[in-house]
Design a protein around this ligand. Structure first.
Ligand SMILES: Cc1cc2nc3c(=O)[nH]c(=O)nc-3n(C[C@H](O)[C@H](O)[C@H](O)COP(=O)(O)OP(=O)(O)OC[C@H]3O[C@@H](n4cnc5c(N)ncnc54)[C@H](O)[C@@H]3O)c2cc1C
Length: 225
């Protein structure tokens, strides 16, 4: 899987701080200026206080390539986002188009069975197409490990929510890998906004019944991302 940051709001932290400043300033927007220190202070204060509408002005667009339909099905459950996904109505599925889960990859017997199943299904898919069946119907025999490419746009508020759910160790491995890559890229361009982003345990108590034992390590990992 490859995650690329295609576009983001220019000077994201400043933009969000400016939006916050407008709320408390009697100056016109053009007259407002924020130095590094006041930007940092104001933004941290509004985020801590839950005044999160200011970070909705900040947008990030990612391309995720080579991600399975299993994972994109979970991704698109996040509704406050925009998506454009490669269509298997228009593109042909090939043998290279499949994600192999690491647990299967490292188990030679499981890998053999997995590959046999893919070969069989792909043979059937190709046969159906040769018979004149449209790709949109032939694809019904394709397993959900088939990969695709997707472009996703979220604002920073939704991203923080997404990271909270999907960077957690309890999230499925593939969407978790994607979320961590997205967080790495977003944090580079908006270090204040995403300073404490990550699973719930980064900033507070784990909401799960049985929290992970290595929470200090998890916190360290996300702080240093
Ligand atoms: C570990 C894990 C396991 C999961 N297991 C399952 C499962 O077994 N089955 C399953 O179906 N799903 C499952 N999900 C998906 C989950 O239920 C959510 O659909 C998904 O995480 C999207 O999150 P969301 O609804 O909070 O947020 P988003 O769609 O990202 O929306 C963000 C927030 O906006 C608000 N919001 C958005 N739309 C509405 C609305 N219509 N009404 C009110 N408020 C709204 C909510 O506050 C929401 O939290 C799982 C998710 C995780 C992380």
């Amino acid at each position: 899987m490859k995650v690329t940051l295609l576009r983001h709001t220019f000077d994201a932290d400043y933009m969000a701080a400016l939006a916050a400043k407008v709320c408390y300033s009697s100056q016109n927007v053009e007259e407002i200026s924020l130095d590094e220190e006041s930007k940092k202070k104001l933004l941290k204060r509004v985020i801590k206080s839950g005044h999160h509408s200011v970070i909705e002005h900040i947008g990030f667009t990612f391309a995720i390539e080579g991600i399975s339909r299993v994972a994109t099905h979970q991704l698109v459950r996040h509704r406050l986002a925009s998506y454009s996904q490669q269509s298997h109505r228009y593109t042909k599925i090939t043998r290279k188009s499949f994600v192999v889960p690491p647990e299967i990859e490292k188990n030679s017997e499981a890998l053999k069975l997995y590959n046999e199943a893919l070969d069989n299904n792909l043979e059937l898919y190709n046969k159906l197409i040769e018979m004149g069946i449209k790709k949109e119907d032939a694809r019904f025999v394709i397993p959900s490990g088939v990969s695709s490419n997707i472009v996703v746009t979220m604002n920073a508020r939704e991203l923080i929510h997404f990271f909270r759910l999907r960077c957690c160790i309890r999230a499925q491995w593939e969407i978790r890998d994607a979320a961590i890559e997205m967080l790495k890229l977003a944090k580079k361009h908006a270090p204040i906004i995403f300073e404490n982003a990550g699973p719930a345990c980064v900033t507070g108590r784990c909401p799960e019944e049985k929290p992970c034992e290595n929470i200090p390590e998890i916190r360290k990992f996300f702080k240093n991302l």
